[in-house]
Design a protein around this ligand. Structure first.
Ligand code: ATP
Ligand code: MG
Length: 251
């Protein structure tokens, strides 16, 4: 089972958009996929589920009040299931502090559904706290979305340092699958500069596919659809399809 964490503690860089559309793309390519939403804003969950009708969420899984299998919901996309988040996740970190297995909760819960899915995609919150650390401990691979902006690489040192610490002890096998440039506007020189700077930091780990800025991508979650059904002819659909191909090649 490939467990792919999508993480970057910078806010608004396209983690959720990538989680939603990569999950949908993998499912459309015939893979069985579980999308685990660890962002208290629950935007990934809302895209595929009516979250108001849900009784339990990842919060209950972390605190031991529910098994992971009990909260998993089928999405309208064939082969794609979702383990939803709810706003309550925001208070989770305070509750886990001091628990001996605080960093291992997600890994332990995922082991109960081992091999039920080919891919588990984890959307994480914009912070390097316990929730993101749980994702990195449970993950086999990490994908980092990097926003094409002047401050694109700000904070990358902290993220990579956290990855190194997690590799040193709890999860030596964690692999950096790659960095994907998002919200790209190829008409600007800034974008070209950012591309160069990101390549200097990540080298060959930068995905060839970059995700352009696109109104369609921004609109699709509000319509509760992935880009592939909302605007199948759009650049966003093409680019996330290409990114999915690269992910399949690299894992
Ligand atoms: N390629 C894109 N083109 C246009 N808008 C985009 C694109 N990718 C993401 N967005 C929009 O940018 C905003 C931030 O994206 P998203 O929610 O995916 O980022 P995030 O990293 O998950 O944010 P957070 O850190 O708050 O969880 C959203 O409004 C989203 O719709
Ligand atoms: Mg998000």
């Amino acid at each position: 089972m490939i467990v792919l964490a999508i993480a970057n503690q910078k806010g608004g860089v396209g983690k959720t958009t990538t989680a939603i559309n990569l999950s949908a793309a993998l499912a459309m390519r015939g893979r069985s996929v579980l999308l685990v939403d660890l962002d208290p804003q629950a935007n990934s969950s809302m895209t595929f589920l009516d979250v108001r009708s849900l009784q339990k969420s990842m919060y209950d899984v972390f605190t031991g009040q529910a098994a992971l299998a009990d909260i998993i919901q089928p999405s309208p996309v064939p082969r794609l299931d979702v383990a939803p988040a709810r706003i309550g996740l925001a208070k989770l970190e305070g509750q886990l502090v001091g628990e001996l297995d605080a960093h291992y909760r997600l890994k332990d819960r995922l082991s109960a559904i081992k091999d039920r899915y080919e891919f588990v995609i984890i959307d994480t919150p914009p912070a390097l706290g316990l929730i993101t650390v749980n994702a990195l401990v449970a993950a086999t691979h990490l994908l980092i979305p990097v926003q094409s902006s002047y401050f694109a690489l700000e904070g990358t040192d902290d993220l990579l340092e956290t990855v190194d610490r997690i590799r040193a002890r709890p999860n030596p096998d964690l692999k950096l699958l790659g960095a994907v440039i998002t919200l790209h506007d190829k008409r600007t020189t800034l974008s070209r500069d950012v591309h160069k700077a990101v390549t200097e930091v990540f080298g060959g780990r930068v995905f060839e596919t970059t995700i352009s800025k696109s109104i369609r991508l921004e609109e699709s979650p509000a319509h509760r659809e992935s880009i592939f059904t909302f605007a199948p002819q759009s650049s966003g659909a093409y680019e996330y399809y290409k990114l999915c191909e690269e992910v399949i090649e690299r894992v």
